[in-house]
Design a binder for this molecule. Sequence first.
Ligand SMILES: Nc1ncnc2c1ncn2[C@@H]1O[C@H](COP(=O)(O)OP(=O)(O)OP(=O)(O)O)[C@@H](O)[C@H]1O
Length: 184
Amino acid sequence: MLFRNLDFSADDGQIWQITGANGAGKTTLLRILVGLHGFYEGEVRWAGPLAPSLLYLGHQPGVREELTARENLRYSQALAGQSGDPDAALDALGLYGFEDVPAGRLSAGQKRRIALARLWLGGKRVWVLDEPFTAIDQDGVARLDARLREAAAGGTLVLYTSHHRVGEGVHRLHLSGDGAEVLA
Ligand SMILES: Nc1ncnc2c1ncn2[C@@H]1O[C@H](COP(=O)(O)OP(=O)(O)OP(=O)(O)O)[C@@H](O)[C@H]1O
């Protein structure tokens, strides 16, 4: 058993951070919430169909090494049906000048930034992000934090896992073997 007594309700415009030790089940919980993991007892209910609204970024950056930064973004953009200008999204994450570089020649943080650039494209109202701050430098963390808040202010629901310190106004759900707790 990873966690139990988990009962929470999240609304549009809220940011939720899921915390817990390594192995506590944070990734598992996100996968349950988005329908990728079926071995659990309980109930997950979404108001309306989730798939068209969902932007899920998993634990791995999920970029293709042989494709350039721009190609990677356009590829995931096409699959997800997201609108928006890929170059502007890459630029927003400090990848200006790297658009035509194959992802395999980029650093870990830069690859993560390609994945995160999807947050600067439009069209998704539920963001589920597994460790989005991993490998991201201080400037990137600030940009990403600002982006999450901007999106929430516009009505997006943001759920993310992170070991980073929780910011103000962020709801927190903590997982441990003893049970799950809503802390703020
Ligand atoms: N593919 C898998 N097969 C079997 N067990 C797994 C698998 N992935 C994870 N687990 C188990 O589930 C537990 C929870 O893993 P999970 O990835 O959800 O933790 P986490 O809280 O996200 O950890 P971290 O902070 O290290 O990312 C782990 O302790 C591990 O034992």
